[in-house]
Design a binder for this molecule. Structure first.
Ligand code: NTF
Length: 792
């Protein structure tokens, strides 16, 4: 390793060791690791071709990969060797690892799930490609200015991205606009704009390097030659125009995972990467097959939400307009290739495109969508329409064009059947299935939590990393005092580290012996960070009322970004920061209560916070969080959950045991009923003196003396339109928190409960999730076991 790193310092970076910077060392280390991936990667590709195995294509507008160096080293089994080599070269390994910017090509859970799936696909040896966009700017960077969120552009690609291979020879012409001509039953799309999609490949190597897949991200370029004529005339802007316009498509990730933002460009992004991916997989298929009717035997395409739902009409277009198949047959072939995963029930997140826009950007696709709609309604009279109120409903389109539709937790999948797709479910009662989300144990325990990972490996060997259910063996240890002490010591080591990081990042001193209570996720009303901060104020009040009481010291930790246009979410951020300022400077509560909100939450920050958490906040309004995956990461790392019966919380609680989970709040059913009661929020506030007092303080400007009216709108909305039932669940939440306080006072009691969480979270490995998709949706499997067998 040492020689390989030095080789890259010299021949890839053109430096000598004495004059190399941290950046140089990082790139050299990354390139040395990448070299070690290549042979595994080629071998996997060769075996896939040789065995004629079915390939899985995961289409996702987001891949939230985070940093890669530690993950890549770990999967190659070179984590220790890499560290030793760097140290032997006189460099600081931590500093080098921390120099890598996060690949933040996603917003939150949906994008991070795609990244975990890539890891599991490679670990399981399933031939797969991830397809997405190589955004120049990932998710914006968040700063706080006087407590308010400020966004700046993220710039990960201003540095060299050492993991990827540029593929200038892989390029496709993606068309937009124009019109369609029909001649003798044949359609010809005369487009008005062309953009080139070019590929960048990142190898994804599974655990122990046994298999390698590819993450192929598309970048947009102008198709034509540079406009030298304008340039020579001195019109430099005109000379650069077509390049700039084309590149716009892969310029930025839309900073919003729940609203249908940025109309035309967003639709172009979706079509751009979907069409390029389908052209690419068709080229691969046709290179050694000639029967298009057999496509579904060799190709499984998974749509990560509706963002790539244009895949249905696009693949039909390729089969009909390019390869001459008949429309009904093409529709059937495509359906047998496609699966669609739904990730949300929030109506504002279900994509709809105005037919005018669709006709303008993708005129041929609009025709095909009408044909698909017609075909479906001929077969199923009374079926819901894809086009409704002049909008193409991408959820309906994805449903109709997929042979399987899945939700992401047991509860969510049932709600999908009962709500968004109620009518389509009646027509296709076996189409909707469930695949509960999972997380990769490689990143989310082995790499991010070394103290705990080492302890577990010492106790039960390292088989758990690829077979997480082996953690069950730890259940036997829950009565073993000595083991519990070591388990606690691992947590404490993580907390000490985090306390130091918090001091550096936020300037706040926190006591590692206090309970670390963490809520990290996008800021959204349904996730109810507001309820958490209101409870924090209520606790502050009670401590101040009785400062000599027997309080359990807490550090409330928040992390997360708000979509730049989401006004209420930004107010909530401001309120959390205002409350933090007041409480952290209160000598009465002192170390008993602290509130910290480090800015710019991302994957790397999650890897720091989760191993150090005692309490995981999963407090969404029941029925709103499709699954959650942070909830799984915390429980796996030995945090206890305070949560509602929502998303995967339900299944986590079943696995870890109800006695090791702090449950509160209304159920999804009760939420529905409560909303129908007139004035429910006002009634709940009036019935809760504690909540009334907190809201009164906020309105009186206790936390914003410089601008007393700052939160009047926020609080006013709670009284009148508390859609997410913060007020109704408040007391139940407060009481559950006090049960948490009591439980935390027994150190070994708490440690035993925490261990039960770690021991019983094995089922939530994304390896299990991927096996479910492979078995129930893709009918695909690893090459080396002859395909399906192992999984079935
Ligand atoms: C998210 N959906 C859900 O809100 C989470 O509950 C879930 O864990 C993840 O997907 C992964 O399934 C979205 O981000 C989106 F875009 F659909 F709103």
């Amino acid at each position: 390793m040492k020689d390989e790193i030095l080789h890259h310092i010299r021949y890839s970076l053109g430096k000598d060791a004495e004059h190399s910077s941290v950046y140089d060392w990082r790139i050299a280390l990354s390139l040395a690791l990448r070299d070690r991936m290549v042979d595994h990667w080629y071998r996997s590709t060769r075996e896939t071709y040789a065995s004629n195995a079915k390939r899985v294509y995961y289409l996702s507008l987001e891949f939230l990969m985070g940093r890669l160096v530690e993950d890549m080293a770990a999967n190659l089994g070179l984590d220790r060797e890499a560290r030793h080599a760097i140290e032997a070269l006189g460099q600081d390994y931590e500093e080098i690892v921390h120099d890598e910017p996060d690949a933040a090509l996603g917003n939150g859970g949906l994008g991070r799930l795609a990244a975990c799936f890539m890891d599991s696909l490679a670990t399981l040896g399933i031939p797969a490609y991830g397809y997405g966009i190589r955004y120049e700017h990932g998710l914006f960077e968040q700063k706080f200015s006087d407590g308010k969120q400020v966004e700046t552009a993220e710039t990960w690609l201003t540095q060299r991205h050492a993991w990827e291979f540029e593929r200038p020879e892989v390029k496709y012409r993606i068309q937009f606009g124009g019109h369609v001509e029909h001649h003798e039953g044949k359609a010809r799309w005369i487009s008005s704009e062309t953009v080139l999609a070019t590929a960048y490949d990142t190898p994804v190597i599974g655990w122990k390097g046994t298999w390698g897949n590819t993450l192929r991200l598309w970048s947009a370029k102008a198709p034509g030659a540079f406009d030298l004529e304008s340039f020579n005339r001195g019109d430099y802007l005109a000379a650069g125009r077509s390049e700039a316009l084309a590149r716009t498509i892969s310029r930025v990730l839309y900073p919003d995972d729940t609203t249908d933002a940025g109309k035309q460009l967003r639709l172009k992004q979706e079509y751009f990467f979907t069409a390029a991916s389908l052209m690419d997989l068709m080229r691969r298929y046709l290179s050694d097959h000639d029967d298009l009717r057999a496509l579904p035997d060799h190709v499984a395409i998974q749509l990560n939400d509706t963002h790539p739902a244009i895949a249905g009409p696009e693949l039909v277009r390729q089969l009909v307009d390019v390869h001459g198949l008949e429309m009904p047959e093409a529709i059937e072939i495509v359906r047998n290739c496609l699966g669609y995963t739904n990730h949300t029930l929030l109506p504002e997140a279900l994509e709809k495109w105005h037919v005018g826009l669709m006709a303008y950007v993708l005129p041929r696709h609009l025709e095909i969508i009408r044909a698909i709609d017609h075909d479906h309604r001929e077969r199923h009279p009374g079926s819901p329409r894809i086009i409704e109120h002049d909008h193409v409903q991408m959820g309906e389109l994805a449903f109709i064009m997929a042979h399987k539709v899945n939700g992401v937790s047991a509860l969510h999948s049932e709600l999908v059947k009962e709500t968004v797709f109620e009518d389509l479910h009646k027509i296709h009662p076996t189409r909707i299935i469930n695949q509960t989300n999972g997380i990769t144990p490689r990143r989310w325990l082995y790499t991010c939590n070394q103290p705990l990972s080492d302890l577990i490996t010492r106790e039960i060997g390292d088989g758990w990393v690829a077979d997480l259910e082996q953690l069950k063996a730890l259940n036997e240890k829950s009565g073993d005092k000595a083991f519990l002490a070591e388990f606690q010591a691992a947590k404490r080591a993580n907390k000490v580290q985090l306390a130091q990081w918090i001091r550096q990042t936020c300037g706040t001193e926190v006591n590692p012996d206090a309970m670390f209570d963490v809520q990290i996720k996008r800021i959204h009303e349904y996730k109810r960070q507001l309820m958490n901060i209101l409870e924090t104020v209520a606790l502050w009040n009670e401590i101040r009322d009785n400062p000599g009481g027997d309080w359990t010291p807490r550090v409330k930790i928040f992390g997360g970004k708000a979509a730049p246009g989401y006004h209420v979410a930004k107010q909530i951020i401001h309120l959390i920061n205002d409350v933090a300022t007041r409480i952290n400077n209160d000598p009465v509560t002192g170390d008993l209560l602290k509130v910290v909100y480090p800015p710019n939450y991302n994957v790397t920050m999650a890897e720091n916070l989760i191993p150090a958490a005692d309490l995981s906040e999963q407090i969404s309004t029941a029925g709103k969080e499709a699954s959650g995956t942070g909830n799984m990461k915390f429980a796996l790392n030995g945090a206890l959950t305070i949560g509602t019966l929502d998303g995967a919380n339900v299944e986590i609680r079943e696995h870890v045991g109800a006695e090791n989970f702090f449950l509160f709040g209304l159920t999804a059913q009760e939420v529905q009923e409560r909303r129908l009661q007139h004035g429910f929020a006002r009634a709940a506030i009036e019935a809760s003196p504690r909540l009334s007092r907190v809201l009164g303080q906020i309105v009186d400007g206790v936390f914003c003396p410089d601008e007393v009216t700052r939160y009047h709108e926020l609080v006013g909305n709670l009284y009148d339109h508390d859609y997410f039932l913060v007020t109704c669940d408040f007391d139940s939440y407060f009481d559950a928190q006090r049960r948490v306080d009591v439980a935390y006072r027994s150190k070994t009691g708490w440690a035993a409960m925490a261990l039960k969480n770690t021991a019983n979270m094995g089922w939530f490995s994304s390896d299990r999730t991927i096996q479910g998709y492979a078995r129930d949706i893709w009918h695909a499997g690893p090459v080396n076991t002859g395909g399906m067998e192992k999984i079935a």
